[in-house]
Design a protein around this ligand. Sequence first.
Ligand code: NAD
Length: 296
Amino acid sequence: MAAIGFIGLGNMGGPMARNLLKAGHALKVFDLSAAAVDGLVEAGATKAASASDAAADVEFVVTMLPAGEHVRTVYLGDGGLLASAAKGTLFIDSSTIDIPSARETIAAAEKAGMMMLDAPVSGGVGGAEAGTLTFMVGGAAEAFAKAKPILEKMGKNIFHAGAAGNGQVAKVCNNMILGISMIGVSEAFVLGEKLGLDAQTLFDISSTASGQCWSMTSYCPVPGPVPASPANRNYKPGFTAGMMLKDLRLAQDAAKTARSPIPLGAQAAQLYALMEAAGEDNIDFSGVIRLIRGEI
Ligand code: NAD
């Protein structure tokens, strides 16, 4: 059993922290939302007075925050974690953030005598609740080996992606594939429909032919073929179009820095941005099919 600080108890962090408690770890928790903290305290965690309090007298600290600016504030800001935590503390940041923020924060942690990994996740709230997340981890091999047993209590597939920041690289690349492929599948199903091909028939053919992909077989954007997909519950998320847009914007920033062309990634970002402009960014990202149909 380890003593773990957990900061950021939102849609993802809340259930991840619960799984650490269930595994028998001792948790000190902090969030700006008192209600989020109270929920975890009821489940057996100890309430911390601040982020730095959550990081005091613990071996590990997990952070699950919205974006790079929050991670910078919590770690690098006045009275932030790196100014107050004990040397040797192992930080695991599972937030999805920009690559430069991840690399700079990890370098600062190492300079302060601490260990730190970027460990963004895939799998959504369902995966966080079920403890089946995929972790894409960047950072020193020694820190990864130490963190792995903790990550295994929250996830099923734990990958070491290489040096600091490479977890975020894997995450933006994976989600760019996902954002693009969902649009491709949506276009095909709308085209098929308009040409008189039944959605189930197209699914039966394409899911066993070369058009097969996760966006079709696990998350089909039309109701029917995949009963668990958000299309069957009026595009209730799941993973919102707004979150997909956030990740595609991170991919665009990264591509600019790397001078790597991402014409389809850029186009995909624009389509999810249209959903945002129409006030539809809170529906599941597979609801992009509604944009293709002209319903948004
Ligand atoms: P969320 O907004 O539900 O939770 C974030 C939490 O951080 C909130 O409870 C907020 O109060 C807290 N917070 C913000 N600033 C803070 C601070 N300075 N100190 C302490 N707490 C602070 O977001 P989420 O859906 O849990 O997502 C968290 C991260 O995981 C994001 O980076 C997101 O991109 C990524 N992610 C989300 C999903 C998903 O499906 N929701 C899937 C994969 C990855």
